[in-house]
Write a protein that binds this ligand. Sequence first.
Ligand code: SAH
Ligand code: SF4
Ligand code: F3S
Length: 438
Amino acid sequence: MRKKYYIETYGCQMNVADSELVAGLLQKEGFGATTQINEADAIFVNTCAVREHAEERVHSRLGNFRILKEKKPELIVGVLGCMAQNLKNKLLENKPYIDVVLGPDSYRKLPELINRKLDRSDSVVDTKLSRFEVYDDLFPSRQTGINAWVSIMRGCDKFCTFCIVPFTRGRERSRPVDSIVTEARQAVAEGFVELTLLGQNVNSYRHEEQGFADLLKAVAQVAGLKRIRYTSPHPQDIDDELLETMAELDNVCNSIHLPLQAGADRILQRMNRTYTRDHFMRLSDRIREILPQVGLTTDIIVGFPGETDEEFQQTLQVLEHVKFESAYTFKYSPRPGTKAAQFTDQVDPEKSQYRLEQLIKLQKQHTLIRNQENVGNTEIVLVEKESKRSSLNWAGRTDSNKWVIFDKGNAQIKDFVAVEITEARGVSLHGKITGVDQ
Ligand code: SAH
Ligand code: SF4
Ligand code: F3S
């Protein structure tokens, strides 16, 4: 009987893409996939370490796996990803039921380790980071849907002082353009019409003489690719060449995720973000100038060590200036091993909570203002799925990355449709379909 594996994924899209790589690897070795945890011979959890809460969720999930293993002692339990890399052997200290701990650069070893594990009982930990591993020759086994994740670079060399990622993902390295284009063609052949290029610092992509803008140009030529997105860029590496390339290429979406993190220069400097508030505001103006109608989203951390009320107000001011389409907002979470975790002036959690609420309130207003700008327009939307609220409606996104809910008309999933926007409600747009273009 074919052995079956089950994978659960936490964290960012890079982890989703990595889980697909792991699935591809296991299938190549003859394992079969299952979505039923009780049927599995091996269960894996691909983990995130970016905030304490992310780790806590995995710890509690592992508690469930322990119970499964008590009932079925031959079950293999594996911890993959950033938390595996971060905690290494420490994970085994009070969790002896874990069989395999593998960091993000060690997945090639997985089939071999499972086979070894099937006849031996000791646990295996492999968290060696690599300067070269980009899993270039492996084919991911993708989830179905309209969007294919393609990782184009791995690692991060920026070392923001709050962030664990450079430690869990290691040094930056990029894949060759040709192999990314080949993977894009293959994804289209499998039926995907949208591609999201992924990297912890996606726009510091560089392979030999080719930079991120060159890569976009090459991928944009793949026949049948309706949309290309990318995430996450760093503000430092956004230049006019990239913005002009985006403006030129029809199938590269008009949206940029531009993580601000904080709006006061002293905090930005302590975070090692490498830009000033002024630079960031000028950059966002420049983006909106070269890419009219662009969707700008961001990440913000409140309560970074030493952040004063006044400095938090400066973050709100930058928000007022840019008026992002939407924002992911976080309370600072100290990550042992990072520089900021050693700062002695940690902010009172109640204060951080209050700031978070202020921030969310302001962002909600901006999201509504930005969405209202679309009302009355006709937007081109890619039909992605049925609306959660009603089986009579489709849901899809504009190229500026806004969700639109509209009547199904005679459109199908993966069609481009013209939708007249009639209303901005909550975080999404609502409209009427006026045309279909397969
Ligand atoms: N490479 C990406 C970020 C990956 S982490 C980038 O630079 O944009 C995603 C987001 O998590 C970050 O942008 C940051 O806002 C948040 N984050 C990272 N470390 C954090 C921490 N220690 N506490 C709170 N939020 C954090
Ligand atoms: Fe973390 Fe900064 Fe690297 Fe993003 S750029 S992954 S926030 S260290
Ligand atoms: Fe989390 Fe690792 Fe992604 S820490 S955010 S899964 S790179």
